[in-house]
Write a protein that binds this ligand. Structure first.
Ligand SMILES: [Zn+2]
Ligand SMILES: [Zn+2]
Length: 319
């Protein structure tokens, strides 16, 4: 069995901003929120299993453009949510209700869609997406583990793939529906096959120093597990770190430190934006091509490990 990881989107929460005249907002390329699909293929190249990681806006359209999921070949076996923020869940209604409608119309007899998320995220999703939750089968792990803990692998029946969530802190998301803090709700994912390791490290705040300087045996174990990946997909919400300030997302400055410690073969910048750096500063209004060119220049100057890329919607990586 072969496995591929397909990029469904790489935009940060606001994507294009109504009324903004920056180069990123005025360029007409299709955008979608950060998301990826793990698709298993049989020897005939047909999809036999599909795990979707996050479902923000534009992601359903991306799925329909993946050759392995065209028309009646489409399938969705699991949905994994990194956390509850709208840029990772806003497409739930379209996706889950259309899966349900297609199931009924074509008498497919599909089971409820299995969803995995942390309990803190489940509470929010229950509140915001109660109707869609009724069409799903919820799986959660643990409760309120602090950042830098490997959770048990997901109960997904793929014999040669392991998907392991890793707890991360993500400032604005780490609160309960009743306002209590911290209610840790976010996870990164490590996908391992016999041949490759890919890491989906998005939506974490700039305080996750355990990634470069682990303090506990659990954090040491997590960092070892996150190291030497073939593909590291890293949240890069803006270019320049804000000194002495914890930001809800890492900057490219943070990503350089993560890469130096974790030593991935290839680093892919996702969750991009063109706005948080502020008008007139580096990062402002950058499109994906500009992000890649600037990142590569730094990668070379700083002799960072492996290569850095900005992926495109539809890019497909063999695992
Ligand atoms: Zn996000
Ligand atoms: Zn978020």
């Amino acid at each position: 069995m072969n496995h591929v990881l397909v990029i469904n989107g790489l935009d940060g929460p606001l994507a294009r901003i109504l009324g903004c005249d920056c180069a990123r907002c005025t360029n007409g390329t299709r955008q979608a929120h950060t998301s990826a699909s793990l698709i298993s293929l049989n020897d005939q190249g047909e999809a036999t299993h599909h795990v979707l990681f996050d479902i923000g806006l534009g992601v359903s359209d991306s799925l329909m453009s993946i050759p392995y999921l065209q028309g009646s070949r489409a399938r969705l076996d699991w949905l994994c949510l990194s956390h509850w923020h709208p840029d990772h869940t806003a497409g739930m209604n379209q996706l889950i209700v259309s899966r349900h409608a297609n199931n009924k119309r074509n008498k497919l007899n599909l089971p409820p869609l299995p969803i995995w998320c942390r309990p803190g995220t489940a509470e929010w999703v229950q509140q915001h997406h109660d109707f869609e939750f009724g069409l799903c089968e919820l799986h959660t792990t643990g409760n309120n583990e602090p950042p830098g803990i490997l959770l048990p692998p997901l109960p997904i029946s793929l014999p040669d793939v392991t998907i392991t969530p890793v707890t991360v802190a993500h400032l604005n998301a780490d609160k309960g529906v009743d306002g209590r803090r911290p209610r840790y709700a976010c996870a990164a994912f490590v996908i391992e096959t016999a041949a490759k390791k890919a890491i989906l490290l998005w939506d974490l705040d700039s305080s996750n120093e355990w990634l470069v300087n682990p303090q506990t045996p659990e954090q040491e174990t997590a960092v070892a597990y996150l190291s030497h990946a073939d593909y590291l997909f890293a949240d890069t919400a803006f270019w320049q770190a804000k000194p002495n300030k914890t930001t809800s997302h890492p900057s490219f400055t943070n990503v350089q430190r993560y890469a130096r410690r974790l030593q991935p073969r290839q680093t892919f910048l996702v969750h991009l934006s063109g706005h948080p750096d502020g008008r007139g500063n580096a990062g402002w209004g950058w499109g994906n091509g500009r992000w890649q060119a600037e990142a590569r220049r730094v990668w070379q100057d700083e002799q960072l490990p492996g290569q850095v890329h900005v992926p495109a919607i539809g890019d497909c990586f063999t695992l």
